[in-house]
Design a protein around this ligand. Structure first.
Ligand SMILES: CC(C)(COP(=O)(O)OP(=O)(O)OC[C@H]1O[C@@H](n2cnc3c(N)ncnc32)[C@H](O)[C@@H]1OP(=O)(O)O)[C@@H](O)C(=O)NCCC(=O)NCCS
Length: 436
């Protein structure tokens, strides 16, 4: 992506459309502290969050230069400086198959005030974000969603899935063996310092994960401005036998008022860059005394923990849902940036009502998995699909055969979807390990 995407001016087409409806669209001036605070307050209100405190606004101050916040203003309301709609975006490196980080346009904070909803303001903002991303050279736009019914119409498809689960810690039984390093407690500052390196290594190694910066990173550790119950966290680090930090678990303890020996551990983040670290940290939380239950969120769909305990039924999946949504904007750049499962040829005929990815393309990969992607459909296996389905296939998180069975794509010849899966899917499903 071009570095100047962050300072791109307001999208003229969306601004003109909204102006016809008496609304003003503007990029929030990073130097205008009041405008920034009003934007944050509108964003919080849009998600039914509490009014941001002065401390919270201070915590966010460092994020201002890292992102591009847009507000839509209605000069006729009682407090016209507070936007009636918000969106924020920034360039983020998304790990794709083969290990590269693709400069993607991350979108968040999409809100429209209940007083102005269902008049096309979100559509104007989303379409404008996609144009800004294209102008900035981003081959992909990415987001996480509050509701899974909103973004398909803008060409986003669910691309990674996440689970939440509950473990009966007393009955699970550890079967994962010993690890050579050791686990030790660290304080918040120590955890943040460790996590800066560890998290980067982890997201670079995890297809579907993104770089998280600013407040979105530090809030994982409980910001000092948050209420005490929100920031009560413990941090335990795993060091390998050479003393190098390889993993970190961030967790919270919830008391059972009826039974002092039956705490619940909530695992808020468990990041490990080695298998030993993963095993040691899970064992640590499962073995905590006075704990009956361990809960975890945003875990992968193929969590190795199932194979590390004696009784896998003691892991109860409480949630399985889509998490990262991907929108392909530039098929040639996006499809060239990832690798494939060997030599092969696959044609794609993409339908994109917004035009960005519309057309036919051919992926020609070699035995090393590197591909040349060209416009136009060659002979051979081909999928006809809407752009949102391509977003779902892009990281290998969905099966073309399943999408074909569900009528979400069409094969030129029966069996083309199986060929596509051989090229597109990897041995581990992609996973986004955070919210943004
Ligand atoms: C979701 C939200 C941003 C929509 O804003 P809006 O200005 O009312 O949306 P628009 O009028 O531009 O609608 C755009 C399209 O999305 C659809 N849509 C809007 N909100 C929707 C919802 N909650 N669920 C499903 N579809 C929705 C509309 O029907 C419309 O469809 P169409 O253009 O294909 O006919 C707004 O309701 C909101 O702020 N909700 C609370 C915060 C939130 O959930 N934000 C999303 C964060 S990921």
């Amino acid at each position: 992506m071009h570095a100047d995407a962050l300072t791109a001016p307001v999208d003229a087409a969306a601004a003109a459309l909204l102006a016809e409806r008496g609304l003003r669209m503007a990029v929030v001036d990073p130097a205008d502290r009041q405008a920034w605070h009003d934007w944050v307050a509108a964003d919080a209100r849009g998600f039914h969050d509490k009014e941001p405190s002065a401390g919270f606004l201070e915590d966010l101050a460092g994020d201002v230069p890292l992102q591009r916040a847009v507000g839509v203003y209605d000069e006729t309301i009682a407090e016209p400086r507070v936007p009636v709609a918000t969106v924020v975006s920034w360039p983020a490196a998304l790990t794709v198959p083969g290990g590269g980080g693709v400069g993607s346009w991350a979108i968040s904070g999409v809100t429209v005030s209940p007083t102005h909803r269902r008049r096309g303001i979100a559509r104007a903002m989303l379409e404008s974000e996609l144009r800004v991303a294209v102008a900035g050279g981003a081959p992909l736009a990415i987001l996480t969603v509050s509701e899974a019914t909103i973004y398909r119409r803008f060409g986003f498809g669910p691309a990674t899935w996440a689970t939440a689960f509950t473990v009966d810690a007393r009955r699970a039984g550890w079967a994962g063996g010993e690890t050579p390093g050791r686990v030790q407690f660290v304080g918040r500052d120590g955890a943040i310092a460790t996590a800066r390196t560890l998290f980067e290594e982890a997201w670079r190694a995890t297809v579907g994960d993104v770089e998280i910066v600013g407040h979105r990173f530090t809030r994982l550790f409980g910001a000092p401005s948050e209420p005490e119950d929100q920031r009560a966290r413990r941090f335990a680090r795993y060091d390998d036998e050479d003393g190098t930090a390889r993993g970190l678990v961030v967790y919270r303890l919830v008391e059972n008022p009826a039974d002092f020996a039956d705490y619940t551990v909530e695992v808020l983040q468990l990041v490990a860059t080695t298998d030993d670290a993963y095993r040691a940290l899970w064992r640590f939380v499962l073995d905590l005394d006075l704990v009956g239950t361990v809960k975890a969120w945003l875990r992968t769909v193929d969590e190795p923990l199932r194979w590390l305990i004696r009784d896998p039924r003691m892991i109860r999946t409480t949630e399985l849902r889509e998490h990262l949504w991907v929108r392909v904007l530039d098929p040639v750049a996006a499809l060239s940036a990832r690798t494939y499962g060997g030599a092969g040829r696959l044609g794609l005929r993409i339908a994109d009502p917004l035009g960005h990815a519309d057309g036919a393309f051919t992926i020609e990969s070699d035995a090393s998995g590197r591909a040349v992607v060209t416009p136009g459909a060659a002979d051979g296996p081909l999928l006809e699909l809407p752009v949102d389905a391509l977003g779902s296939l892009y990281l290998g998180g969905a099966s073309a055969a399943v999408l074909a069975a569900a009528g979400r794509l069409r094969e030129r010849t029966p069996g083309d979807a199986a060929i596509a899966d051989r090229l597109l899917r990897a041995s581990r499903p992609p996973a986004l390990t955070t919210w943004f």
